[in-house]
Design a protein around this ligand. Structure first.
Ligand code: GMT
Length: 378
């Protein structure tokens, strides 16, 4: 199959899911064409079946806002025509689903019929998409997609709740490559960060408000008074500078370290004892799955799709949004020497359920179904 994949070239979330999916599809023999405005960070290896097409957005003094969506649609048209794509799979509804709709119409006018699959990832629905500035376009373009997938049951229900969607949504969860995400022996690294045998707590995110990093800091602030521990914060984003100042005000250095954006996140997770995700909303929580794969138990909120991943008392614990004291109490339970090994073992067992080798066939089968329906319609 020849598949065009459109995504944001981000370090986490939808960009990573799209890129890892494309890589896995290429490995099993599909030809995959990435169409993005810059190279996705995880598109880091060579495979004869992988192609990358950069969307060119010419500057012009008239444009206060360059028309990215038009450039994206045009690139989709070029790639689909020239590479003879079988289908387009766009990740994150805004603006990818509407750009794909336009590309599909242009191609159809030339007698080329290419089905479009839209994968909903989270904030495209729960946060940005339902804003009235975007909602009509989002609703229309999701409904015009030939196939729609969501990364959790929660996101599927939330999509039906907030948008007038008239089609079936298929749930295909996020997945993990356990060949890459596995606990590695990095004892020297652990010793450098935790020289006195402290426990290591990790948070990774894009430092947006929805991640509630203040809660991460407050949990750790209280936790370290009960259990000697260190906190590593991985990633970057709008909240980072404010959070760094908060750590200074709370006199938390040197127990807290900001590592910025990292490619090899699995190396940090390999030495971690606990992962914190106190998010306000999380459609799935890919970063938490990456932690589980590296045998790191979780403390998360019980919002969104997180209860579909984190099992209460098994892979860690879930608390109500903002209940910092409860999260501290539960973190203390997880980090007890007599409890930690079992939580780590459970974490890996849970991650195995989301191994790419299990989820990839779900995407391939879905592609087949959508292609078949499209062929019989034309
Ligand atoms: O978490 C983010 O802010 C990034 C966002 C994205 O779209 O890149 O992540 C969303 O998609 C991920 C992949 O499907 C999910 O695992 C995340 O839970 C989801 N984020 C939110 O719902 C906040």
């Amino acid at each position: 199959m020849k598949i065009g994949i459109v995504c944001y070239p981000t370090f986490g979330g939808s960009g990573v899911v799209a890129t890892e999916l494309g890589k896995a599809l290429a490995k099993v023999g599909h030809q995959v064409h990435f169409i993005t405005y810059s190279q996705p960070p995880r598109l880091d290896f060579f495979n004869e079946n992988l192609y990358y097409h950069e969307v060119n957005i010419p500057a012009y003094p008239l444009f206060q806002y360059p028309p990215y969506e038009s450039a994206l649609s045009s690139e989709m048209v070029h790639v689909a025509q020239y590479m003879k794509l079988d289908l387009l799979h766009v990740h994150y509804a805004i603006p990818h689903a509407s750009s794909a709709y336009l590309a599909k119409q242009i191609l159809a006018a030339q007698g080329i019929h290419i089905p479009v699959i839209t994968t909903l990832h989270g904030t495209d629905i729960t946060l940005v998409g339902k804003d009235s500035s975007y909602e009509p376009v989002v609703t229309f373009s999701i409904n015009q997609s030939d196939g729609i997938t969501a990364v959790s049951e929660f996101l599927k229900s939330d999509t039906y709740r907030h948008f007038a969607i008239t089609k079936d949504i298929e749930v295909i969860p996020n997945f993990i490559d356990l060949e890459r995400f596995k606990r590695q022996k990095k004892e020297h690294f652990k010793l450098a960060i935790c020289p006195n045998g402290e426990k290591l707590v990790v948070h990774t995110s894009n430092f947006r408000k929805v991640k509630r990093i203040d809660d991460v800091i407050m949990i750790f602030h209280k936790l370290r008074k009960q259990i000697p521990s260190k906190l590593l914060l991985v990633g970057d984003g709008p909240e980072r500078a404010r959070i760094e100042r908060l750590c200074m005000e709370l006199d938390m250095y040197p127990d807290v370290r900001f590592l910025g954006k990292l490619d090899a996140i699995e190396e940090v997770l390999s030495v971690a004892d606990l992962f914190l995700m106190p998010s306000e909303s999380e459609s799935f929580g890919l970063a938490a799955l990456e932690a589980l794969a590296c045998e790191v138990p979780l403390i998360t909120t019980n919002v969104g799709g997180l209860p579909e991943l984190n099992i209460q008392g098994v892979t860690g614990f879930l608390s109500n949004l903002g209940d910092v004291d409860d999260m501290v109490a539960k973190a203390v339970v997880v980090l007890q020497d007599e409890n930690l090994p079992k939580f780590k073992e459970n974490a890996l067992a849970r991650a195995r359920e989301f191994d790419i080798t299990r989820i990839l066939p779900a995407y391939e089968n879905y592609y087949e179904r959508i292609l078949e329906a499209s062929h019989s319609a034309h």
